[in-house]
Design a protein around this ligand. Structure first.
Ligand code: F6P
Length: 406
């Protein structure tokens, strides 16, 4: 059964902006967020089409707007990417993210008209930044490692990329009000301007876009220390932690103290996470949205007991663990929906954050952060006694797992 979402609209998110303004960062975040929420999404990057078809190594002059030959070639790549996106919409695509500079109005008009003819709405997302320090840092951090500059010295690559930006600056025109729906993100989120946002999906995206900004802060995810129920193989409930769990709480507090800056700490409202974070000092915030998946009538049972008492339920869960909902409880799909505000809050935080929660909830959060397909979420490895450390990159997070002696 296909469940229609409110509005049921198909949407092309069309990125706009000069190079090195964080378009890909925003595009990838949007894609991860939407896929995690269950939308069928596709990210089409015109730069990848160019690299595949014309070769990665093109000098800055290749991007000159008055170079008739390369201009036509580049427009061809842009149209190829657009046509692939429109073909995908014809199947069951819901939100396509079209990642290119789209710096000139005529190109944007073509995109909007082609989408409109295909029954696909358009939301322009423009990233604007005039601060040379931020732009230079972005180039150094994200552009010098591109295949475009393989084998070139960092300084030569840096100079070439600045020259490429200058080529685009010659004809760049920001999106105008008459072009339709847009969200403009100015100076990495200092200001967000929107125009003619209509419908549920675009509004939800505009809201999300207000929160995200590039940041270097670390996110740590940890399950609670071992609980009485872990020891007994029981699920759910609100059991206390064991002696081993208390040792983990000590090790976790020590781990946090060894970090350069103190994180914001979030726990669930259940005593096993609250006790695990208690020794860290400074207040932790308890969020109900972080409580473990509701196991309903199976709460407090072992898996063997569930199999014996509710064999049909046990079998149904094995078939579709992501969508299976415990009677009077929750599914992983439900958990994702209730975690949505936590993700929005998390994206808006500038400081490091430690989230002490539970297996199913952390699988869902980790799935979002690492861009895992929904169906994989219920099987992700989130063991006890382990801190998952995630450090942001342009396209996601680098991960390290630290096992703490409990
Ligand atoms: O066993 C610990 C636990 O956190 C339970 O409370 C919860 O029901 C379970 O893990 C979630 O894991 P799974 O979805 O694999 O049953």
């Amino acid at each position: 059964m296909v469940v229609k979402r409110p509005g049921g609209q198909k949407l092309a998110v069309v990125m706009v902006g000069l190079p090195a303004r964080g378009k890909t960062f925003v595009a990838r975040k949007l894609q991860r967020y939407l896929s995690w929420l269950g939308y069928s999404t596709l990210w089409a990057n015109v730069g990848d089409y160019r690299r595949a078809r014309a070769g990665a190594k093109q000098p800055a002059g290749y991007f000159a707007p008055d170079n008739a030959e390369t201009r036509e070639e580049r427009e061809g790549f842009a149209m190829a990417a657009l046509n692939d996106l429109l073909d995908w919409f014809k199947k069951d695509g819901e939100v396509g993210i079209y990642d290119a500079t789209n710096a000139e109005r005529p190109r944007r008009d073509i995109i909007r008209e082609a989408c409109s003819a295909a029954g696909v709405g358009v939301l322009f997302v423009e990233t604007i930044c005039d601060d040379p320090a931020i732009i230079d840092a972005n180039v150094r951090r994200n552009k010098l490692g591109l295949p475009d500059y393989a084998g070139m010295s960092a300084n030569d690559a840096f100079r070439d990329f600045r020259a490429r930006i200058a080529q685009y600056e010659r004809t760049y025109r920001p999106v105008e009000d008459g072009e339709g729906s847009y969200v403009k993100i100015v100076d990495a989120g200092r200001q967000v301007i929107s125009n003619r946002i209509e419908g549920y999906l675009s509004s939800r995206l505009a809201f999300f876009l207000m929160q995200i900004r590039p940041t270097e802060r670390t996110i740590w995810l940890s399950r609670h220390g071992e609980s009485e129920f872990n020891l007994a193989g029981r699920i759910g409930g609100d059991p206390p932690i064991t002696e081993r769990g208390r040792k983990y709480a000590e090790a976790l507090a020590e781990f946090v103290r060894s970090q350069p800056s103190h994180p914001v700490v979030w726990t669930s409202t259940l005593q096993r996470t609250v006790a695990t974070a208690a020794l860290i000092g400074r207040g932790a915030q308890s969020l109900r949205a972080l409580d473990e998946i509701g196991a309903g009538v199976c709460d407090g049972l072992t898996y063997e007991e569930i199999k014996a008492r509710f064999p049909d339920e046990f079998a149904a869960r094995a078939i579709d663990k992501f969508r299976y909902r415990y009677p009077r409880g929750e599914s992983y799909a439900d958990v994702i929906q209730r975690l949505d505000p936590v993700i929005v809050e998390l994206e808006g935080l500038r400081s490091p954050v430690l989230i002490v929660a539970h297996q199913a909830v952390l699988r869902a959060l980790y799935g979002y952060l690492m861009g895992k397909p929904q169906d994989e979420c219920p099987y992700l490895q989130v063991p006890l006694n382990t801190v998952i450390q995630l450090t942001p990159t342009e396209i996601g997070y680098d991960e390290e797992r630290v096992t703490l002696q409990a």
